[in-house]
Each structure stands twice: as structure tokens, then as C-alpha cells.
Design a protein around this ligand. Structure first.
Ligand code: BGC
Length: 344
């Protein structure tokens, strides 16, 4: 599907959801048909990866299933109200991308009171919380795997391309761009990518790190500062996601630094724009965060739960751990396999 059409159809779903926001206040009254109804709330619709994941999800939904999507705009309070609204609107199952992964109490309590199962996705709640009710599930990926793969990609690049160590001191000067503090993917990816690099025998020297909250513009500002502080001495940038890696590229382009003087830049996600940057040789590689696979697992699980079934029904196709978690594998993307991913 063309990107424009994707954006437009996501827009339509959101408009529909907004219209429904003004709707009824009683669960049975507001039910307009016998269709299964899935309610989705996303922590921030302007997050590149999340908007693509939600788009994949809505693309899967056939006409005889209804879906409403809400944007929580980075407010847990807003999300709590949206959950109540979706329950009143007669949703049979909820898919929740928590704003604050440490604060799911209001969401869980509202769903439990009305016996509506929840599939949390992408922003992982802690074990103690998911264990609070047997109708709480999680679909996502294994953060450790993504960090390890990013470290492996970077180690291979450092080993194979002597130009990465531009000053020839045998040590790679690097910086890390981190996602939101407190997000499982940010903490773990940072730790694992650096640890893997070191375990692979690359000698490294950390020049700095910056928290840029998954955001391209924030990353550009932070990297512009690194350029001011360190000039061309940064040799490697490990970014927790593609959007921040793209912000780093924006900073090098804005500073009019020649491509051969850029550090090797790595991201995670394989968003459309991230993949294009790999194709155009601006980013050295990324780790594919399987949004299509996650959307499909969420959709399948939602349907099963809406019909009163059990997560066990997924066991033939997915590894279900602890009766609650479905995690899709990551994969590595470089110039050598980029066209396989661009074709997805
Ligand atoms: C993605 C980020 C995204 C974040 C949102 C992560 O898994 O890699 O790009 O911003 O999830 O929660």
C-alpha cells in the first residue's frame, strides 16, 4: 500500500475514533452492531515506529471487525479516560500501548471491572502488573536481542572497514543516543549494544550519550552539540532507534560535514525512512523491529480473546511464554539485504 494511502487511512481511523469520543456512556447502549470491536490506544501517534505498527494493525482488520484507535498524546491520564470510553463503546478487547509502562493500574482496574481482556504492546509493563489478572497479555519483542544485534552490526563494520577508526588509534570513539528514560527498549538496547561491541573485541571509548526520547528533532539538536564539542572525532553512533539515527544524520548534513567524515551510524526499527537511509548509505545498518509480525500477533490474539478463547490457541504459530507473552524476533538489515526489507 502506498505511504500516502497508509497515512490517510490511519487518519480516517483516528477521525472515526474522535467522533466516537463524543458518544454514549453505557457499554451496552453504545454497541452499534454485533461486530467484534477492538479498541486501540497508542502512546503517541506521531512516533514514527508506532504509527507504522498501528497502520499495519488496522490494515489487517476486515470489514466485519470494527476497530477504533485513540492517540493518548503522551498523557497517561488521557489514556486512562480513553480506556474507559472504549469500554463504554462496547469494545470486546483492548490493545494498549501504555504511556507510562510503570503505571497501568487505572487501565487494568477499568478493564478488569468490565471483564475486557487487554493486549498490551510495545511498551512492556512489569511482571508484577501483568500478573495481576489472567486476561492481561503482552505482544512485543525481546529488547536484549535488538541491542545484541546492533552491537554485532557495529562490531562487524569496525572490523571490516578501517575507515571507521578515522584517527587510527585502534580505539573507537562512540556516542549513544538513548530513547525515553525508563523505557525497556532504551535501557536494554544501550547496555547490550555496547557490551556486545566490547565482547566482540572492539576497543571503545565513550565520548558521551544523550537522551533524545526516540525523537528525530531532539537527536539532531543533541548531535549538533556533539559536533560542536568533539568536531569530527566521533567515529560511531549507536542509536536506540532509527528516528534518532536520522536526527544524527540531519545534524551532520546541516553542519555540512562531508560524508566520509561522518561516524558509522546504526539504528533499530527498520521504519520506512530508516530503511531508505540504509539504502542511501547514510546509515550503516539497522535492526528490524518486526511491526508486521507484531501487528499480526496482536490482531490474532485480540480476535481469540474477543471470542472468549485462550492464548494457547496461538501456540502452534508463536512461542508463548508464561501464558502471557508473545515476542517476535528482530533481524539485521544492512546494504547486503536492504532490498528484501524495502519490498515488505
Ligand atoms: C521503538 C521506538 C519507539 C518506541 C515507542 C521502540 O520499540 O524502537 O522507535 O519510539 O518503541 O515505545
Amino acid at each position: 500500500m502506498g505511504r500516502l494511502r497508509k497515512v490517510i487511512s490511519f487518519g480516517i481511523v483516528l477521525v472515526l475514533a474522535t467522533a466516537l469520543l463524543t458518544g454514549c456512556n453505557n457499554r451496552t447502549q453504545s454497541r452499534t452492531s454485533d461486530k467484534i470491536k477492538i479498541g486501540v490506544t497508542v502512546y503517541d501517534q506521531y512516533d514514527t515506529f508506532m504509527s507504522q505498527l498501528v497502520q499495519c494493525f488496522t490494515d489487517l482488520v476486515p470489514d466485519d471487525v470494527e476497530v477504533v484507535v485513540y492517540n493518548a498524546s503522551q498523557s497517561q491520564q488521557t489514556q486512562n479516560s480513553q480506556v474507559k470510553k472504549m469500554i463504554e463503546e462496547g469494545c470486546d478487547v483492548l490493545c494498549v500501548n501504555l504511556v507510562d509502562r510503570t503505571d497501568p493500574t487505572a487501565v487494568i482496574d477499568a478493564a478488569r471491572k468490565n471483564d475486557i481482556p487487554i493486549v498490551f504492546f510495545n511498551r512492556e509493563l512489569v511482571e508484577g502488573d501483568i500478573g495481576r489478572w489472567d486476561k492481561l497479555f503482552y505482544v512485543g519483542a525481546d529488547a536484549i536481542e535488538s541491542g545484541v544485534m546492533e552491537g554485532e552490526l557495529a562490531a562487524e563494520k569496525c572490523r571490516k572497514d578501517e575507515n571507521v577508526d578515522r584517527n587510527g588509534d585502534g580505539v573507537i570513539q562512540y556516542v549513544v543516543l538513548e530513547g525515553e528514560a525508563g523505557h525497556q527498549d532504551a535501557i536494554v538496547r544501550t547496555e547490550q549494544s555496547v557490551e556486545t561491541l566490547i565482547n566482540k573485541g572492539i576497543e571503545v571509548d565513550k565520548l558521551g550519550y544523550a537522551i533524545a526520547n526516540w525523537n528525530r528533532a531532539q537527536a539532531q539538536t543533541k548531535v549538533a552539540q556533539f559536533i560542536e564539542d568533539y568536531g569530527k572525532s566521533v567515529e560511531l553512533i549507536l542509536s536506540n532507534n532509527d528516528d534518532m539515527a536520522l536526527g544524527a544524520i540531519d545534524a551532520y548534513e546541516a553542519a555540512q560535514i562531508d560524508r566520509e567524515d561522518w561516524p558509522a551510524i546504526f539504528g533499530i526499527d527498520g521504519t520506512d525512512v530508516g530503511l531508505e537511509a540504509v539504502r542511501d548509505d547514510k546509515m550503516c545498518g539497522t535492526v528490524y523491529n518486526d511491526k508486521e509480525g507484531q501487528a499480526l500477533a496482536m490482531y490474532r490474539l485480540s480476535l481469540i480473546l474477543a471470542k472468549g478463547g485462550s492464548i494457547d490457541e496461538l501456540e502452534d504459530e508463536y512461542e508463548v511464554s508464561g501464558g502471557k507473552y508473545v515476542r517476535l524476533p528482530y533481524s539485521k538489515v544492512t546494504a547486503s539485504n536492504i532490498y528484501d526489507y524495502l519490498a515488505r
